[in-house]
Design a binder for this molecule. Structure first.
Ligand code: NAD
Ligand code: UGA
Length: 476
């Protein structure tokens, strides 16, 4: 089975970069990426590559090479499905907000809708690939929906194979991860279909890195990988709190345990708590599955990873208030970074959201800087307009005692008369801040809270600033 036309349903953080890399490496395949979100498609087609809907290092260069050649973005879902011999489903699978399993199970309405669209519009034989992260046995649901369409509009017989091909890319390094993946996982029960997908990846991925499993193992492996990664972060963040209490330094502890080859050194950086669209939702999904199968101890074990993460985020905002003499009302705090990690404009589940909300609730006046996140996104996340827009309204008189936030595009002048600086995202440009200069602009006594532990103590020792770094108990 030689694939000539691919359609990807969903032009998000996974669909966009994944299809761009496939198109770049497979010039003979025509790749169509479709989305119901017209605005997103318009941005993918924007002539100015700075306006792409997703920021990923290296992505714009690929789009420049392939867009309009063998990579196309469109909102014509029906037409593109009709022409495809392989369809990737790469739509969102957030945690359900209501109904059965609310708060834990994945909301599969977009996956179901995609499967229905494929059933309705496809013709001939089509390989349907689950790219979204899904609960175990979702392929069964997709298969059932597809099988309900035994013929196309003209009465010709149609058929499908369903494969699971979860995506392991991390945001900020998506292109690198896609170009040189640790592995590509293909789950299925039809060798021809699995080989057809393998042939596509073989254009740039060494064959020994392409793993075949049964479809349920593939679905479960994706949830398990994210659960294990998140568990490491909660583990090290729990130790960070212990370091602060005992005079140890979590960075030294990480280095010491990371040299044990059985543990490994990656994913041992203590931070403000994991964010991102997937860790929390995928663990909660695992918890739901375990509960569904009556495995309550298993469910409790994984749920504790999320609980520890929430506790850790609260611990940071409480600690800031305590260090600022028990109150932040009317105090000016600069927040450096709002994205859930560096090198992405994504803010989903970012620790910054809860920490900023907590501080604003307690009356702080916050100035937020982020090199890639825009102010309208922050407004949506905090569910609050920024101060500038309220200034002339009567509403502002009522709010004058409440906390507020504003956005700053530059770091210049941002530190004037502030009481504290809070580092939340590890952007490179924050590593070169001249703390000596900053300290001259801040009020005294002033604090720097470094939740990413990226500030070198030697750069702050001669300033009049107080420094708190996550997991650093050496000064206490
Ligand atoms: P996203 O929200 O950025 O993108 C999903 C897109 O699908 C949206 O643009 C939405 O409009 C579109 N869509 C929904 N229903 C549609 C339909 N019926 N027809 C056409 N388009 C439709 O989500 P994402 O971050 O790209 O994640 C997608 C999946 O990949 C999720 O299951 C996620 O868990 C998984 N995943 C995400 C990442 C990541 O880094 N974000 C990494 C690995 C796996
Ligand atoms: C994560 C996984 O790493 C990907 O393999 C997976 O495909 C993806 O989820 C997904 O399924 O969505 P991502 O969320 O993009 O990728 O980013 P990570 O690098 O995993 O970071 C997640 C969070 O953990 C961030 O908030 C980051 O700052 C934090 N983190 C990471 C730490 O606090 N410490 C670390 O050592 C590593």
């Amino acid at each position: 089975m030689k694939i000539k036309n691919i359609c990807c349903i969903g032009a998000g953080y996974v669909g966009g970069p994944t299809m761009a890399v496939i198109a770049d490496n497979c010039p003979s395949i025509k790749v169509e990426v479709v989305d119901i979100n017209k605005d997103r498609i318009r941005k993918w087609n924007d002539k100015n590559l700075k306006n792409l809907p997703i920021y990923e290092p290296g992505l714009a260069e690929i789009i420049k090479r392939c867009r309009g050649v063998n990579l196309h973005f469109s909102d014509q879902v029906k037409e593109k499905i009709q022409n495809a011999d392989m369809i990737f489903i790469s739509v969102n699978t957030p945690t359900k907000k209501k109904g059965l399993g609310a708060g834990k199970a994945s909301d599969l309405q977009w996956v179901e809708e995609s499967a229905r669209q494929v059933a309705q519009y496809s013709n001939g034989h089509t390989i349907v690939v689950e790219k979204s992260t899904l609960p175990v046995r979702t392929a069964e649901v997709i298969q059932e929906i597809l099988m309900s369409a035994a013929s196309d509009k003209a009465g010709n017989e149609i058929s499908f194979n369903v494969l699971s091909n979860p995506e392991f890319l991390a945001e900020g390094t998506a292109i690198q991860d896609l170009e040189k993946p640790d592995r590509v996982l293909i789950g299925g029960d039809n060798r021809d279909a699995m080989n057809a997908l393998k042939e596509i990846y073989s254009n740039w991925v060494p064959k020994e890195k392409i793993l075949f499993t049964n479809i349920w193992s593939s679905e479960l492996a994706k949830l398990t990988a994210n659960a294990f990664l998140a568990q490491r972060i909660s583990s090290i963040n729990s130790i960070a709190a212990l370091c602060e209490a005992t005079g140890a330094d979590v960075r030294e502890v990480s280095r010491a345990i990371g040299t044990d080859s059985r543990i490994g050194s990656k994913f041992l950086d203590s931070g403000p708590g994991f964010g991102g669209s997937c860790f929390k939702k995928d663990i909660l999904n695992l918890v739901y599955l375990a509960e569904y199968f009556g495995l309550n101890e298993v469910a409790n074990f994984w749920e504790s990873v999320v609980k520890l993460n929430n506790w850790h985020q609260n611990r940071i905002s409480e600690l800031i208030v305590k260090k600022l003499f028990g109150t932040v009302t009317g105090k000016k705090i600069v927040v450096l970074g709002f994205a859930f990690k560096a090198n992405t404009n994504d803010t989903r589940e970012s620790a910054a959201i809860q920490i900023c909300k907590d501080l604003i609730d307690q009356g702080a006046e916050i100035t937020i800087h982020d090199p890639k996140v825009n102010e309208s996104q922050i407004e949506k996340d905090l569910q609050m307009k920024q101060k500038r827009e309220l200034e002339d309204s009567t509403e502002n008189i009522l709010l004058s005692k409440a906390g507020n936030w504003k956005f700053s595009k530059s770091l210049f002048d941002i530190f004037n008369n502030v009481h504290a600086v809070l580092m939340l995202t590890e952007w490179d440009e924050y590593k070169n801040i001249d703390w000596d200069e900053v300290s001259k602009k801040m009020v005294r006594p002033a604090w720097v809270f470094d939740s990413r532990s990226i500030i070198e103590k030697k750069n702050i020792i001669n300033t009049k600033l107080n420094l708190w770094r996550v997991g650093d108990g050496t000064d206490e």
